[in-house]
Design a protein around this ligand. Structure first.
Ligand code: 13P
Length: 342
């Protein structure tokens, strides 16, 4: 793929009112989500669940791309159509998670670094042959003020790996989603999250520049600037939106076509409201949209519950949620739409 083609794919991923569905849970993660609802995590159940989501009627009105997992990109819909082909027919770009998860950082103390670089060039070539158009790599950063986390070492190692992955993707013809996720579950207040997120993102863009990653051919997937879940002072939605924007304006060059947030465990309506508020404060130099996992899926998964009898209802729920999130991507969401439908 030429630089122009990469830029066109990146732009399509963040087209106005559309965003990315993160359905790339590893088998370990989806097994945990299934277990919470007493659903057995067999290969067929994982396939049937992804089939339910991806074949939701009209989902293409809201979803520009879907991130798949290694097992899922090789699976097919009930009628035998491979998932990447089925998505392509709907005008949805197939994507693939290519990192192999985060592991403890050597000689550190509980921080994480994301693995998956060895052999990545060859894996990218295979994913391209399976129909992938973009990829995802998630780096995680823990905030722990008492221990000085994230350390400079953790920020450096993760930024370096994100940039190496980004360069390999662009060389091999995939648009990289660059995902530095500052975890939201600490005791820290929003000010600390703002400081950390700004430094993390600054480091990431420095490293992308060093390794010649084209900004036009990538999408940034950041976490929002938010109070830690265990913090006693919880900032309101307006402050979250303002601080997140301040951080982005300080760190993300306008050459980046779009920013697609992760939801990070925020309740769906909260993640939707935050995105909506940021868009109401626009226009911005980049499109602000979503690449949510849990915030798009949680209710649909609870409705599906592992039974074919619930497929139609689960699809209704998935479509409604995607519609609300799409409205937030254009700043036209309001809370009463949660119950009124779209
Ligand atoms: P959440 O929206 O559930 O955080 O998932 C997004 C994602 O892809 C994390 O890597």
């Amino acid at each position: 793929m030429s630089a122009t083609d990469l830029a066109a794919v990146a732009k399509a991923m963040v087209a106005p009112g559309r965003g990315v569905l993160a359905a790339d849970e590893s088998n370990a993660t989806i097994t945990k989500r299934f277990a919470a609802l007493d659903i057995e995590s067999t290969e067929e159940n994982r396939r049937a669940y992804r089939d339910t989501l991806l074949s939701t009627p009209g989902i293409e009105d809201y979803i520009s791309g879907v991130i798949l997992y290694d097992e899922t990109i090789r699976q097919s819909s009930a009628d035998g159509t491979p998932f990447p082909k089925m998505l392509e027919r709907k005008g949805i770009l197939p994507g693939i998670k290519v990192d192999t998860g985060s592991k403890p950082l050597a000689l550190d103390n509980d921080e994480q670094v994301t693995e998956g670089l060895d052999g990545l060039r060859e894996r990218i070539a295979e994913y391209v042959s399976l129909g992938a158009k973009f990829a995802k790599w998630r780096a995680v950063y823990i905030i722990d003020e008492a221990r000085g986390f994230p350390t400079d070492y953790a920020m450096h190692c993760n930024a370096h790996a994100l940039a190496r992955y980004g360069a390999l993707c662009q060389e091999g013809g995939l648009v990289p989603i660059i995902e530095p996720e500052v975890l939201m579950d600490g005791e820290n207040d929003i000010e600390t999250c703002a400081w950390v997120t700004e430094h993390v993102q600054r480091r990431v863009f420095q490293e992308l520049s060093r390794q010649n990653v084209s900004l036009e051919g990538m999408v940034l997937k950041p976490s929002m600037v938010i109070s830690g879940k265990k913090s006693t002072s919880q900032a309101g939605p307006q402050e979250v939106a303002e601080r997140t924007l301040t951080c982005l304006y300080r760190t993300v060059p306008p050459a980046v076509p779009g920013i697609a947030f992760l939801s990070g465990g925020q309740p769906a309506a909260v993640a939707t409201e935050h995105l909506d508020l940021m868009n109401k404060m626009g226009p911005h130099p980049w499109t602000l949209t979503f690449s949510y996992g849990r915030a798009l899926q949680d209710e649909a998964l609870r409705t599906w519950k592992g039974s074919t009898d619930n497929v139609a209802e689960a699809q209704k729920v998935a479509s409604h949620r995607a519609g609300l999130t799409s409205a937030a991507a254009t700043g036209t969401y309001s809370r009463d739409m949660e119950t009124a439908g779209v």
